[in-house]
Design a protein around this ligand. Structure first.
Ligand code: DUC
Ligand code: ZN
Ligand code: ZN
Ligand code: ZN
Length: 483
């Protein structure tokens, strides 16, 4: 059965033009005028865009003594409801656990996905087994490796491990990713705050100031440069880390920065709410920042120094958040956002004139498809591409509310926010999964997307290797040694 999307305006990262799209067998088979299909979707007044790709989710992840509450079923259902047609989740080995073992765990969970998905592999410890298994992971189409520079005593890797892993990723043609916060400083500040009697959620923000993030981002960039590996910095929340990324890119280094929709639209005042639950529900790392940092992130998206907007969707219920009553360090870190990323970014980006519709497509879909090696299968409206599409109605409005969301948790950090710009239809590989807010998708429809390594050609970020590669020097008059 074929489907035609008629009367809309195609919007890609490059251009906008009014034509029809014909879909068959899950793929786009024709783009042009006057196309006919077995089924017609009317896109009058709408934009036809590549479906969103959220490259940063944590679904059903064991973390801080519990599991994140949205799994591949509810998480990908939420994604589709908001116009996102693919997620990239983090396969997370516990320290000591093999990478392939962790992959198996994630494969067991992801079979329930409503939309397509891929994984990044986390490197939470270092050893010969990890080194060896990285090759098999890349051959399975997982080419990005995430490193935590925070969560000391749990997921954090030290600089020697970071350097060794980065070099290995570079040799395999992959991409290194970092959660950039100085975990030693965070641990120290947290202990001191607790000792001084600061136990509430606001202390979480004090324990992770922007400098903690700026320092780690600078360090990661330099280590990646020495290792000769491209670097992707997740959840860039402040000017301190954005500045480091901007400078690195100006120097020709392959460094990308990813702000989250939460940091773009919510600020640190949330932690000073008198309601403990309200504040704790917003505890995530890095924490929300002030207006100046938000402006820096928006400027980065406008100028191109920041490349992608994600969610770090890691949802916990209020009951789970309450594990941290009396001790902020025990509040499970994470917020949701999968369903709201696209409407919130459209409303606060395109709706305010900060972003063009084409830039919106670039930072929600196309850029990350290219960075992660899955373009133009994903992130494109082209003949031959997967028909992961969103028919976007720029006039449709709603007020965000936990009562009507797909996510399994009992609140929404964007509660009460009005959005203008919503999916009229969301299509996953040609199948209509959402119609004007009504979700009718199929559990298990999602497929794993294998990705291509970038290759090791021109992998060095800068000229470092040429400048400092050891060269033997011929010397005459070598002093005689003893004996
Ligand atoms: N930050 C969060 O807030 N949650 C999950 C992991 C992370 O780095
Ligand atoms: Zn993180
Ligand atoms: Zn509240
Ligand atoms: Zn994360």
């Amino acid at each position: 059965m074929s489907t035609v999307i008629r009367n809309g305006t195609i919007v890609t990262a490059d251009l906008s033009y009014a034509v029809d799209v014909l879909i068959e067998g899950g793929k786009i088979v024709a783009i042009g005028e006057g196309l006919v299909g077995d089924q017609t979707l009317d896109a009058t007044g709408c934009y036809v865009m590549p479906g969103g790709i959220d490259p940063h989710t944590h679904l059903e992840m064991p973390f801080m003594g519990t599991y994140s509450a949205d799994d591949f079923e509810s998480g990908t259902r939420a994604a589709l409801a908001g116009g996102t047609t693919m997620v990239v989740d983090f396969a997370l080995p516990s320290p000591g656990q093999g990478l392939l073992d962790a992959l198996q765990m994630w494969d067991n969970k992801s079979g329930r996905a409503h939309c397509d998905y891929s994984y990044h592999m986390a490197v939470t410890w270092w050893g010969e087994q990890v080194f060896d298994e990285m090759d098999a992971v890349v051959r399975r189409g997982i080419t990005s490796f995430k490193h935590f520079m925070a969560y000391k005593g749990a997921l954090m890797v030290n600089d020697d491990e970071l350097f060794a892993s980065f070099r290995r990723v570079g040799d395999l043609g992959g991409i290194a990713m970092v959660h950039a916060e100085n975990g030693d400083v965070v641990a120290e500040l947290s202990a001191r705050l607790l000792a001084e009697g600061n136990t509430g959620p606001e202390a979480h923000a004090y324990s992770r100031p922007p400098q903690v993030e700026g320092e780690a981002t600078n360090r990661a960039i330099m280590v990646a440069d020495m290792a000769g590996v491209p670097l992707y910095v997740v959840h860039v929340s402040c000017e301190d880390s954005h500045e480091a990324i901007r400078r690195a890119r100006q120097q020709g280094k392959r460094v990308w920065g990813e702000p989250l929709i939460q940091h773009l639209t919510l600020d640190e005042s949330e932690y000073f709410n008198a309601d403990w639950d309200h504040a704790a529900r917003r505890v995530m790392s890095p924490p929300f920042r002030n207006k100046q940092h938000q402006d820096s992130l928006w400027a980065g998206l406008q100028s191109g120094s920041l490349s992608v907007v994600a969610t770090d969707h890691c949802a916990f219920t209020t009951d789970q958040k309450r594990y941290g009553l009396g001790d902020f360090t025990k509040i499970p870190n994470g917020t949701g956002g999968l369903e709201d990323r696209m409407p919130m970014l459209w409303t606060n980006g395109v709706g305010t004139g900060r972003l063009t519709p084409n830039e919106f497509v670039a930072i929600t879909s196309t850029n990350i498809a290219k960075i992660l090696g899955m373009y133009p299968k994903k992130g494109a409206v082209l003949v031959g591409a997967d028909a992961d599409l969103v028919v976007w109605d720029p006039e449709a409005e709603k007020t965000i509310s936990a009562g009507s969301q797909q996510s399994a948790i009992d609140y929404n950090v964007f509660e009460g926010k009005k959005v203008k710009g919503l999916p009229r239809y969301t299509l996953t590989r040609g199948v209509v999964a959402v119609t004007e807010g009504k979700v009718d998708s199929r559990e298990g429809h999602g497929e794993f997307v294998a990705r291509e390594p970038r290759g090791t050609v021109n992998r060095a970020l800068s000229q470092w290797k040429e400048l400092t590669a050891p060269r033997p020097v011929q010397r005459s008059g070598i002093p005689a040694t003893g004996v």
